[in-house]
Unconditional design. Structure first.
Ligand SMILES: NC(=O)c1ccc[n+]([C@@H]2O[C@H](COP(=O)([O-])OP(=O)(O)OC[C@H]3O[C@@H](n4cnc5c(N)ncnc54)[C@H](O)[C@@H]3O)[C@@H](O)[C@H]2O)c1
Ligand SMILES: CCCCC[C@H](O)/C=C/C=C\C/C=C\C/C=C\CCCC(=O)O
Length: 270
């Protein structure tokens, strides 16, 4: 990968000509990530289940960035064959995959097994499948994976125990997978993004999403007031740092309303 040295010892990867895949790409945080990648010269494959939103987004993006840098692929991250086919189509169209953003996620404590399936199993599945293309030991060019976790990946969102579990799982998987990749020589960095509350579709109709814990909605509202709402631009800047800063591997970047900070790694061997 092309790197440029910038002050303060950070190594920035240029995105010009790089190929990125974003899951959950047509709305909310995934859409903002997609736009940031395009603004910085990447080609992007947008994977999502929502064909209607995809259609209008693709029209807008095509006008701005050109058809040759874009690909929409209808894909449910729960479906192994769809994810495999989407990566293959991206390889065939753009000739490689350098960046994977495992962003697709849902919040519904009533359908909790599905939530684990999308939020955690989906991330693991896409990671293993993309490594078939990215892993330097398998002829790939290396790359970076950024998983969208949440502040609920490092502390409890009490009204959402299973959502919390799914995001703690994403943080744990990120850290261990990063170390496994480094020790194995895959040439793939793995980081995760942990935003606070962000104004998106997921952050709406909250009481209904809490299912058996809808009676805890007032406490949730207090937590929202305590943490505040994080602007999408802050989320996107944090995401961009995790993608481009070559020194970040196994990092969990917390995004608060006023600041962003890295969660220190905890060692169990010291
Ligand atoms: N909004 C927040 O407050 C917040 C905070 C921290 C983390 N997150 C996380 O950010 C990620 C994006 O959420 P958002 O807030 O942008 O939500 P959103 O609902 O606005 O967007 C989610 C996107 O994912 C897609 N999607 C859902 N299930 C899918 C599946 N099975 N396969 C493929 N695509 C699927 C949807 O169609 C949609 O385009 C999620 O992982 C979420 O947990 C959200
Ligand atoms: C019901 C709203 C759903 C939004 C989900 C989304 O992922 C956002 C969650 C944001 C914050 C709440 C989660 C946990 C807070 C607990 C601890 C944070 C610890 C912060 C610190 O250690 O400094």
């Amino acid at each position: 990968m092309t790197v440029q040295q910038t002050p303060l010892f950070s190594w920035r990867m240029s995105l010009s000509g790089k190929v990125a895949v974003v899951t959950g790409a047509v709305m909310g945080i995934g859409k903002a990530m997609t736009e940031k990648l395009l603004q910085n010269g990447a080609k992007v494959a947008l994977l999502d289940m929502n064909k209607t939103e995809a259609e209008s987004l693709m029209q807008t993006l095509t006008k701005q960035y050109g058809q040759e840098r874009l690909l929409f692929l209808h894909c449910d991250v729960e479906q192994e064959e769809q994810v495999k086919a989407a990566f293959q189509k991206t390889m065939d169209t753009f000739g490689g995959i350098h960046i994977l953003c495992n962003n697709a996620g849902i919040l519904n404590e009533s359908t909790w097994e599905k939530m684990i399936s999308v939020n955690l199993v989906g991330v693991i599945r896409a990671t293993y499948l993309v490594l078939e293309h990215m892993n330097k030991l398998k002829g790939g060019q290396g790359g970076v994976i950024v998983n969208t976790a949440s502040l609920a990946g490092i502390g409890p969102l009490v009204s959402c125990p299973v959502y919390t579990a799914s995001k703690h799982g994403v943080v744990g998987f990120t850290r261990a997978m990063s170390a496994a990749s480094a020790l194995s020589g895959y040439g793939v960095r793995v980081n995760c993004l942990c935003p606070g509350f962000v104004q998106t579709g997921l952050f709406s109709n909250i009481p209904a999403r809490l299912g058996p814990f809808s009676h805890l909605k007032d406490g949730t509202q207090l937590l929202v007031e305590k943490f505040g709402i994080v602007n999408m631009s802050q989320v996107v800047e944090a995401f961009f740092e995790l993608v481009t800063d070559e020194t970040k591997d196994g990092a969990a970047l917390l995004v608060f309303q006023q600041e962003r900070k890295y969660m220190p790694a905890v060692s169990v061997t010291d």
